[in-house]
Write a protein of this length. Sequence first.
Length: 426
Amino acid sequence: MSVFPAPALVAATGLLLASPQARAQAPEPQKAAEPPVVQVSEEGFSLSSADKAFVLKLRGQLQGDGRFFLDDTDRTGTNTFVMRRVRPILDGTLFGFIDFRLMPDFGNGQPLIQDAYIDFRPGEWVRLRAGRFKTPFGLELLQSDMDNPFIERSLTVDLVPNRDEGLELHGEGEGGRWQYSLAVVNGDPDGASTDFNTDDSFDLVARVFALPFKGREPSFLQGLGLGIAATRGLQFGTATNTGLAPFRSTGQLVIFSYLSNADTGAVVTAHGQHLRLAPQGHFYWGSFGLLAEYVRSSQEVQLGDARARLRNHAWQTAVSWVFGGKASFEGARPTRPFDPKTLEGGALEVAARYHALDLDDAAFPRFANPARSVRGAKGFGVATTFAFNRRVRFALNFHRTNFEGGATDGDRAPENVLMSRFQLTF
């Protein structure tokens, strides 16, 4: 019988005769990858990695409106049903610190991209956003369309930039007690959105907002928020892209527009400095809500050799009360959802608003036709919204707006509009 030498025995038995150090260096068996987390709830559909470093959320917004003009003998408005907003939303997170959003809108029969941006998020106190987003300026405009107690926004949005492309540095601190935004954007006309820059100039936007008593005593001041926003830029329009937009009433009818007749060459364009300022604030305590803001827009315009700086103003005050829930900037929150079997639950929000738009007298008649464009508008509206839960709502509004000027024989006839809305968010 032959005997294996010791070296051969070691090679045959491997780690059995290896040193403790060699055994410690041996690779450990790999752990099985944790499966992704799939969740379906009222927040929508989400797919995420186990550590939440990668998240994909699919959500949506639907608003079906009815718009009916009362005492409209001149038939300036059209009674209609309209899908006001139809928005699939794709939100996500990559690598735990990069957020993104893509939100197209198919409402009003005009498909477009509302939001498309990326957020680089090293911390809550500092984020860098790039893409298309809401300009950080108007308080009511920054409130979600789904949370506003009124079906249409106030007259202040006629002077507020909407969505724009650019870069925004923003963040918050102390648990949300203070917020800031600094942005460089292409530059929107008042009351409008843009898709690209046409004049090589950019707008600078700055906004600060504070909730100094959030999470502190006295408790009734925790819903107090105060802020101010400003924009500054140079805007130069052309005959085909004037850099100016028409202003609309609560019923979404055009009530003011600059002269624009390319055939005769009488086209008013933005030409020079554009400044905006907007002090703003809100107060929510239990069932009570209050939101107020003032907007001043100062813009240089040109028609041929004539130039002027026009100073327009708008303001609003809105109050609301929620029965069966709490009021908040994020919308009415029912104490408990509506149960169709017992017909109990849900919340009823009742709101009232007074708002006004004042246009510079220097705009008439050189830059705007006084027989077609109003010099001012003042409106009052009441709104009722039944929130079945946080996601399903039905609303009914009535708004009356009185005008100064805007007709060949004096003042444009008052606008009385009744609006309804069925709303779903998920």
